[in-house]
Design a protein around this ligand. Structure first.
Ligand SMILES: Cc1cc2nc3c(=O)[nH]c(=O)nc-3n(C[C@H](O)[C@H](O)[C@H](O)COP(=O)(O)O)c2cc1C
Length: 402
């Protein structure tokens, strides 16, 4: 085989070749075997129980919660608990946590293990200035010994429950952090490492660098989960083939397209994927999603959540332009039904909407780090986290993912 780092092309093929029998293995996370090797990316404001259950029913794999902050969770914050909630049918149950405090992390992992959680992921990729400015989020992997300390705080109390981390490539092209951080985490017993092939400076812009995923695969022995720009099922197969990664993590590609998980299950099982749904079929999924959101959050908040989903689901459908504004004002499921009935159910799925980001515009940022943060990269002192209730609330609002 050619050097995988050299050969990652990311060329867009049309449809690809479905998986051959035995070509890929289930993702092994400690005692957990995940087939197909597909993971729903943790996404704040997105991967709550409503969306996870919808995706799971379409396909199979591992469906990670949105990021749950340890402080909010340990303080018994009502919203945090709701975001962390699950139901007995959710098996395996996977939760992403965030904290830069080892004591909080240990406490949270203990509580989650007691609740029967099957997988815990630590978010080390958050690029939000409010977080990196204090040395948290994607600033943490700059300090491998701090990574080790945080991971140890988790693995030492997790028992058989697999702990993983999710990172970005680094802060910027000049500050690439993933390899040293990955080695440190591996030594402390992580079950796998997920890598988003962008730096914090790049946010969500440009194309994810799959070479970094191939490089991580050569750096650690634990499974590597590749993340970045899986828009269609074919991208998942291509990423696995080109980088040698053990599983793919699907983020923006499934926003308003939960059936992507069905297509993924089909191609990993060696079958051609179903054609994309037409407007009528999408409308049924929207209605189902809205009902799940109102079940979870109550009518008012659930319908407010549904606004962004309506935009994502109808993206590119010409006929939906006329009702899009009104979709944002719905106050009941009956109103949603009535609006959806105005659409032409036979309008085919717009190909143009397949490879476009539905959330997070392009654009880069200058990453803020604490004063003098780069002076001692061997330091393992945890950054000061928020403490007062007001600080915690502001921090929670600022956090929006990796
Ligand atoms: C709306 C949104 C929220 C996100 N929230 C989180 C999060 O809570 N935790 C995290 O690790 N990453 C978060 N991310 C990053 C994704 O998990 C993923 O790494 C990123 O979108 C790249 O994958 P993609 O190219 O498939 O979208 C978020 C991304 C989006 C679009």
């Amino acid at each position: 085989m050619a050097d995988p780092v050299e050969s990652v092309s990311q060329e867009l093929g049309p449809a690809g070749q479905v998986a051959k029998a035995g070509e890929f293995q289930p993702l092994q996370l400690g005692p957990l075997a995940v087939w197909p090797p597909v993971v729903l990316a943790p996404m704040a404001g997105v991967t709550n129980l409503a969306f996870r259950s919808l995706c799971r029913e379409q396909g199979a794999g591992l469906f990670v919660s949105e990021m749950i902050t340890a402080r909010g969770f340990l303080n018994g914050n009502r919203l945090t608990n709701l975001l962390a909630s699950s139901d007995p049918s959710e098996k395996p149950r996977s939760v992403q946590v965030y904290s830069s405090d080892p004591i909080d992390l240990s406490e949270m992992v203990r509580a989650l293990v007691d609740q029967g959680v099957d997988h815990i992921d630590l978010n080390l990729g958050c690029p939000v200035p409010k977080v990196t400015r204090t040395g948290g989020g994607s600033a943490i992997p700059l300090k491998p010994r701090l990574v080790a300390r945080l991971v140890r705080a988790m693995t030492s109390v997790a028992g058989a429950v697999p702990v993983t981390i999710k990172m970005r490539k680094g802060i910027s092209a000049d500050l690439i952090t993933f390899e040293d951080a990955a080695r440190a985490a591996e030594e402390e017993g992580v079950a796998a490492i997920a890598l988003h092939g962008r730096t914090a400076e790049e946010l969500y812009s440009g194309q994810a660098d799959w070479n970094s995923i191939a490089r991580l695969k050569q750096t650690v022995a634990v499974p590597v989960l590749g993340n970045g720009d899986i828009w269609e099922c074919w991208d998942a197969l291509r990423m696995m083939r080109e980088t040698g990664c053990d599983a793919v993590v699907v983020g923006r590609g499934c926003l308003g397209r939960p059936w992507l998980f069905r297509e993924l299950a089909q191609v990993f099982d060696g079958r051609e994927p179903d054609p994309p749904p037409n407007m009528g079929q999408v409308a049924l999924v929207m209605r189902d999603h809205a009902a799940r959101l109102t079940d979870l959050f109550g009518a008012s908040t659930g319908l407010r959540h549904m606004r962004k989903w309506s935009t994502w689901y109808t993206k590119g459908f010409h006929g939906s332009a006329a009702i899009r504004g009104r979709l944002h004002l719905i106050e009941s499921l009956a109103e949603l039904d009535s609006l959806l009935s105005e659409l032409d159910p036979d309008e085919p799925f717009p190909r143009s909407a397949l490879r476009t980001s539905r959330a997070k515009r392009g654009g880069r940022q200058k990453v803020r780090l604490p004063e003098g943060y780069l002076d001692d990269l061997q330091d393992d002192t945890p950054p000061k986290g928020p403490h007062s209730p007001a600080e915690i609330a502001a921090h929670e609002r600022a956090l929006e993912g990796g």
